[in-house]
Design a binder for this molecule. Sequence first.
Ligand code: NDP
Length: 332
Amino acid sequence: GREWHLVARPEGWPKPGDFALVEAGVRQPGPGEVLVRNVYMSVDPYMRGRMNDVRSYVPPFQLGAVMEGGAVGYVVASQAEGFEVGDAVLHGLGWREYATVDAKHAVKVDSELAPLSYYLGILGMPGLTAYAGLLEVASFKPGDTVFVSGAAGAVGSLVGQIARLKGAGRVIGSAGSAEKVAKLVGDYGFDAAFNYKDGPVHDQLTEAAPDGIDVYFDNVGGDHLEAAIAALKVHGRVTLCGAISQYNATSAPKGPRNLALAIGKRLRLQGMLVRDHAALQSQFVAEMAGWLKDGSLHYDETVVDGVENAAEAFLGMLRGDNTGKMVVKLAP
Ligand code: NDP
């Protein structure tokens, strides 16, 4: 099978030459392991951080070694109790066609309930991030006016829709193209949306939320966060989920310059990591699957075909080529 190696640490924006597709052998499973034919692999923003040689909440990728990430596929050989050939599983050894996985780190998923790729998005890590980040971290209440950035992406599109379904007063989103903005209002039911490339975020947010906002779900950081701090009402809450505008930065970021407003407004800005919210998993899957089934949730994916296009898919996701979750299809 083929697998992707990181061969150079990116400076700023990653380049195709930082990655190499390598032919590797397929190792048969040992005791307690399963061999998985990966069908979909995920490309996610956090992987950019793992390409830097710095200590973070996940260890860096090693140079010259295969990368990792979420993947789903079918068991083709098993030496693990409870796993049989043909079982669909979710695990952490993506960026390769075949994965030999410790069964302790594989979770069986139901391919009847939803398409396999959904376990990398709406029913998986990004879905739980949206659900927990809004309901738990931001302490969302019905009636809240919610602003979310990165709103046409995997996490953001779900944040806005969950807010609507849970009775938000008003939902506002920002994204990076006119098509995405039209989709936010047309397909996802946002009350207002704007293209952050059209003008200052501060001005566009003020227009979209003249009475201010109660919650800001931050996927972007920088000028988005600064604008949100200005727009937040007293006792407003911010979920610091991501800062994708800074992931390829080569110098220290500028803002927010108005953080002192948080004092008088008694704002709460709270960082989150999805892995702290595993206790919500079953409630999250039940509620999301219900909304999917009755059609109240709209879910988009951008599917790139072929393992050979995975690095380009990752770069495309950083540039905003995706609407909804970006995944790579590795096998039929
Ligand atoms: P998305 O599906 O949203 O894809 C990334 C999107 O970011 C692109 O489509 C692009 O859309 C947007 N983007 C890229 N550069 C910029 C920029 N300079 N300014 C504004 N938007 C930009 O990814 P995810 O939904 O997977 O992740 C969204 C955020 O959530 C990320 O910040 C990620 O790191 C974070 N995250 C955090 C987790 C946690 O546990 N804390 C877990 C999962 C995700 P556009 O066309 O609109 O620019």
